[in-house]
Every structure is written in C-alpha cells, then in structure tokens.
Design a protein around this ligand. Structure first.
Ligand code: ZN
Length: 143
C-alpha cells in the first residue's frame, strides 16, 4: 500500500512548528510520534501535525495508524495526492468527554498545489478522540 518514508529527518519539519526562529527538524518534531515503536502523540494538535507531515512525506502507514478505526477508510492511497505546501494551526483545544472518550479539535488551514497548478487553501476543523493513551483522528468539517 505504501513505501517507506524518506529519511530526511534532519530537514525542517513539514508541519512548520518552530516558526520564524527556525522550524524544528522532523526528527525533533513530528518524527517523535511517527514510526514503529514511537510513543503516542501527547495531544491532538501534535497528532494532527504528525498526520499532516505524513501526508507530505507519503507515509500512508502513519496516516492509517492514527485514524480512528471506526472512520478509517478501508484503502488509503496517497499517490497522486496534492502537493502540500504548508500548514497553519488556527485553534486547538479539548472538548471534554464524548461517549466515554476524551475529545478534542484542531482547526487548521493547509495549502496545496492542485492538479490545476494553482495554490488552494483547505480550511478544516478536525475531531479527535483518545482511546487509551493514543489520540486518533475521527473526521473533519471542511469550510
Ligand atoms: Zn512537525
């Protein structure tokens, strides 16, 4: 289904965390929560950022592994997806407990170059749920 993620762990993290003072490297940012044996992301925003970075890096394994089993697509193919250009997190917070699980949301804008060659903005409010120690992406509303 997917290939191994490229080993550019010392490059600036695709999620852009660190800002104008110098983005964190992937290894020190989303890479901490990505890959076999990695500890769970500590909060929904960190998980969301790691998922964005996985989309950029073509790491379908991480995207799938962090998707709520109840809403996860049966077959995920990142090939042919858009070229992701950047991420801006607008808001993130906890939403209490829903159906016995901690819930949280992250609102973000991701920019990408579409098949038409133009730059587009995707504005989404994503929902996350925590099962045990791990946060999972549930779904999102695109505005
Ligand atoms: Zn990152």
């Amino acid at each position: 289904m997917d290939t191994a993620a490229p080993r550019d762990d010392d490059a600036p993290c695709p999620c852009g965390r660190g800002g104008s003072f110098g983005a964190l490297t992937f290894a020190r940012c989303c890479g901490r929560w990505t890959g076999p044996g990695a500890p769970p992301a500590p909060d929904a925003e960190s998980l969301m950022r790691s998922r964005y970075s996985a989309y950029v890096r073509g790491d379908g394994t991480h995207v799938t592994a962090t998707w709520d089993p109840l809403t996860r697509p049966g077959d995920l193919d990142l090939d042919g997806g858009p070229q992701w250009l950047g991420l801006q997190v607008l808001d993130a917070g906890d939403d209490g407990v829903e159906q016995g699980h901690a819930a949280a949301h992250v609102e973000f804008v991701a920019t990408y170059r579409g098949a038409d060659g133009r730059v587009h903005r995707m504005h989404e409010r994503s929902r996350f749920t925590r099962r045990g120690e791990r946060w999972f992406y549930v779904d999102g509303d695109v505005t």
